[in-house]
Design a protein. Structure first.
Length: 256
């Protein structure tokens, strides 16, 4: 690790502590902007940074895709964390029901709390580890409706094991929104594109650099803080692997 990387890692650790200190007693926060603007949120982020979510810049590369999603009968979220998409899609009424998988107990608790905050707890089922057989059984139990299912995946490379072979065949009519983790599993992005491309129209999305202008807030304090050099990087950094990217896949049967 370079000296520069060590310095930034140390600064991020201090920043995380300051954010925790400032927000730890807050039970209700509100997303400022982005596709889930107005959603009520807790002061917990699992496996990611909290402030990009509060400012609405988290995964902003996908914002327009989320805006134009159809309404699904079911969303399956693998790696749901505290419920950014699981709760957010219900909040936006982009899905009628969610099955959310999350390994981290803290994440499951935070996901449930966020669902309660936004009055959607009755529409979400939160499970722990996502096993391939359980995932396949869930897909097989669904009615055969074209475009009725969205699969969201952010599972740190497990997508390479989960979304292949028989599972992909069962998903021929499902939509996909996947973060691929080449930083963890080299080559997984290209393998996903190839396997999904048989039955889907695949769009590949690369990471975009954040700027001060990405933060939309009416707070005068935030406005002046953003004038400090590089502070916006702490507000917006998601600290994801440099090789990570996204895939949005639409069934060919739903493309005109």
């Amino acid at each position: 690790m370079s000296i520069k990387a060590i310095i930034f890692k140390s600064l991020y650790a201090v920043y995380d502590f300051c954010v925790w200190l400032a927000l730890s007693r807050r039970t209700d926060l509100t997303i400022c902007s982005g596709p889930f603007a107005g959603m009520r949120y807790g002061a917990t982020a699992v496996g990611s940074s909290l402030t990009p979510k509060l400012f609405g810049t988290y995964e902003m590369e996908l914002a327009q895709i989320v805006e134009h999603l159809p309404v699904f009968d079911l969303t399956i979220d693998v790696g749901a964390a505290e419920g950014w998409y699981a709760v957010g899609l219900l909040y936006r009424r982009k899905t009628r029901k969610v099955v959310a998988f999350e390994l981290d107990e803290k994440g499951r608790e935070a996901c449930h709390a966020n669902a309660v905050r936004n009055a959607v707890a009755g529409q979400i089922e939160i499970r722990s580890q996502c096993r391939t057989r359980e995932f396949q059984a869930l897909l097989q139990s669904l009615p055969d409706k074209e475009g009725g299912v969205l699969i969201v995946s952010d599972c740190e490379g497990f997508e390479d094991e989960l979304l292949r072979g028989e599972t992909i065949k069962l998903c021929s009519k499902a939509y996909f929104l996947i973060e691929t983790h080449d930083s963890n599993v080299p080559g997984v992005h290209d393998r996903m594109v190839e396997s999904l491309g048989q039955d889907h129209v695949v769009t590949q999305i690369a990471r975009a650099r954040r700027t001060r202008n990405d933060i939309k807030s009416s707070s005068k304090t935030v406005f002046w803080l953003l004038k400090l050099p590089l502070l916006y990087r702490f507000f917006t950094t998601e600290r994801r692997g440099v090789k990570n990217a996204w895939i949005y896949a639409v069934p060919k049967t739903n493309v005109q």
